[in-house]
Design a protein around this ligand. Structure first.
Ligand code: FES
Length: 198
């Protein structure tokens, strides 16, 4: 092959490669807004903020969702449940907290679903052994909490931990913030929770 033919081939290869690269770059840029539009919650998820639909949650029902790989309880409290918790004497509790310190809205209780003893997942029961009132019972070692997650008996040293949340309308619950670490943060009162801005 002559030098001239060789140069022509090299120039052609370069031009073909450059055209392919420009086409690929153009495609990537034009797809970017589309990809962004398809995943609007990606940034929020990375920040630990998640939205949950609670429109089908019935009165007296408990829904367990997964937030930051941890179970979170969402309980829609009945008037009877609210009354039962109101009858618990706050000063008798090992980890004292009044009802308004445990639920921003009396009809809704939201907490981590992790026992503060050794980390089992308590069950929601309508009638707790002995007291007969509703609450969370941890079968692992017999831990008992009322329906606001306040420790009533057994080995748990403290109340169920709360998580930051806010209601968006009546059907959507937004849980999480960019900063909050969840379990282990020792947050057990509404006023100690960081605000949810999303
Ligand atoms: S882990 Fe719940 S009582 Fe022990």
């Amino acid at each position: 092959m002559s030098d001239e033919q060789d140069n022509t081939l090299t120039r052609r290869n370069f031009l073909t490669g450059a055209a392919a690269l420009m086409a690929a770059t153009g495609a990537a840029f034009s797809a970017y807004p589309f990809i962004r539009a398809m995943s609007p919650t990606k940034d929020l998820l990375a920040a630990g903020v998640q939205e949950f639909d609670i429109s089908t949650l019935k009165l007296g029902e408990l829904k367990t969702v997964i937030w930051r790989k941890q179970p979170v309880f969402i309980l829609k409290r009945t008037p009877q449940m609210i009354e039962e918790a109101a009858e618990v004497k706050t000063s008798d509790l090992v980890d004292p907290a009044a009802p308004e310190e445990r639920a921003a809205n009396p009809e809704l209780f939201v907490s981590l679903g992790i026992c503060t003893h050794l980390g089992c997942i308590p069950k929601f029961v309508e009638k707790m052994p002995e007291s007969g009132t509703s609450g969370f019972y941890c079968p692992c070692h017999g831990g008992k909490y009322d329906n606001l997650g306040r420790r009533l008996g057994g080995p748990p040293p403290e109340n169920l931990h709360l998580v930051p949340y806010r209601l968006a309308g009546k059907d959507r619950l937004i849980i999480g913030t960019a900063e909050f670490g969840g379990y282990g943060e020792n947050v057990r009162k509404i006023k100690d929770l960081p605000p949810v801005e999303a």
